[in-house]
Design a protein around this ligand. Structure first.
Ligand code: RNT
Ligand code: ZN
Length: 432
């Protein structure tokens, strides 16, 4: 099935060490301590989204097909068909990403032995294999109720549906999910971020924009009225600008959730695909963090629209991650990934995306921020611009290679060798 398996080239250990030494000196001249940057980088834990591994399918029986106005394109063979396969694929991905990272689960990844379990009846026990696996591998778990891919979500409305029975069903689901998040947090000793995203909205211009928002607010109030220990579970709400089928109106807009999160002291989730294309999330962090205790990021890459492409090392990725790092927000921002590409090897998608976020973090950690701040303080904007541009060309990749070596993951593109080997051994057996 695999197209190529020519071993990729990469630097030798000696080359990595020699390049690192030169880079270390170069950074030291600018007052930047590479060792400090490396240990800060090792402390960053990304939440990997389980849904990249199977095109947001989940294991619910019967499978309702992907709904909610999100779409995965591509039919690359070998996607995970069971929780065991998904965990094996994740193990492979984590083994190629330096550091210790989390997993972000969705409710449709419950393991119910093929039995149909209603979403409002999902229990911690349906995730016991995930918890055991997470514990054994040192992963924290985050969670999401799934308010799409379901008959009761087909009208495009869930928590804001005008039918109170349908609303109650989804309220019940979200309440069930918050206690699963709390269970994850308690079992694993690290709080779970339980993020609510709903697809609610309409294709064409609505007459009444307020009523669904009032219903959503009341539904959220009902969900959050149930006490859940914030030591173990952190509630988050994720806004959106538009979706397929909700082009004209989205109930849970940015303003809606900003207000809601501020009033209730919960987290806001900012997804990089959920804003106008020229709007920068980087600039939002310091504003939002004035008013909410913590926030979550869904780092994604929209190409022309909210297309959920694999994260690359774009200016936008760098600017966003830089703001988290140099703003001193690492302990207040939960960094997660959210993209789904079914057109390439799905493990490569995870690994490339996650490594890029970490590389962006390293670039930020190596920035001569003190000097830049001084220049800004002195009003020397010419030198500030010059130093910003100079910093882009500094040898951060040598430090990254050294970081990979330290953490015993492949240096450079050699991780693709492992992925091709895994594709030939494991993925090929799955058929297409
Ligand atoms: C959809 C949101 C949401 C989903 C996941 C699967 O636009 O970004 O976060 O991608 O819940
Ligand atoms: Zn998202």
């Amino acid at each position: 099935m695999s197209v190529i398996s020519i071993p990729t080239q990469g630097p030798s250990v000696e080359q990595v060490l020699a390049a690192y030494e030169l880079a270390r000196e170069r950074y030291a001249d600018l007052g930047v301590d590479t060792e400090q940057a490396l240990s800060a980088l090792a402390g960053i834990s990304l939440s990997l989204h389980c849904w990249q591994g199977d095109d947001v399918a989940g294991f619910e029986a019967p499978d309702a097909g992907l709904g909610g106005g999100i779409a995965v394109t591509g039919n690359y063979p070998g996607k995970a068909r069971s929780a065991e396969e998904l965990r094996a694929d994740l193990d492979m991905a984590y083994s190629l990403i330096p550091g210790n990272h989390r997993l972000n689960l969705h409710a449709i990844y419950a393991e119910t032995d093929g039995r149909r379990v209603e979403r409002d009846e999902v229990q911690p026990e349906h995730f016991s294999a995930w918890v055991e696996w997470a514990r054994a591998n040192g992963h924290g778990l985050d969670f999401n109720p799934t308010l799409f891919s379901h008959a009761l979500a087909e009208t495009g409305f869930t928590l804001s549906h005008r039918d109170s029975g349908i609303r109650q069903y989804w309220i019940g689901h979200c309440i069930a999910c918050r206690s699963i998040g709390e269970h994850f947090g308690r079992e694993l000793g690290t709080p779970s971020v339980t993020n609510i995203w709903i697809p609610d909205g309409s294709k064409d211009t609505p007459v009444d924009r307020a009523a669904p928002r009032r219903r959503l607010m009341d539904a959220l109030d009902e969900i959050f009225a149930v006490p859940v220990d914030p030591q173990h579970n952190l509630d988050a709400v994720e806004s959106k600008l538009f979706g397929l089928g909700s082009e004209s109106y989205v109930v849970g807009s940015h303003e809606f959730y900003m207000g809601y999160a501020i009033r209730n002291g919960i987290l806001v989730t900012l997804d990089s695909g959920h804003f106008h294309p020229t709007e920068s999330i980087a600039d939002k962090l310091s504003s939002v963090l004035m008013y909410v205790p913590n926030l979550a990021l869904h780092i994604s890459r929209g190409v022309r629209w909210d297309s959920d492409h694999v994260v690359t090392l774009t200016d936008e990725t760098q600017a966003m991650v830089r703001e988290v790092v140099t703003g001193g927000y690492l302990d207040r921002v939960h960094i997660g990934l959210d993209f789904f590409d079914g057109s390439i090897n799905r493990i490569a998608a995870w690994v490339v995306g996650a490594r890029n976020v970490l590389r962006a973090a390293l670039v930020a950690l190596l920035e001569p921020t003190d000097q830049l701040r001084r220049l800004e303080h002195e009003g020397d904007y010419s030198s500030r611009l010059a130093l910003f541009e100079e910093a882009k060309g500094l040898p951060w990749q040598a430090v990254w290679d050294y970081f990979c070596l330290q953490h015993e993951v492949p240096v450079g593109m050699r991780f693709m060798d492992d992925i091709w080997r895994y594709e030939a051994q494991a993925l090929a057996q799955r058929g297409s």
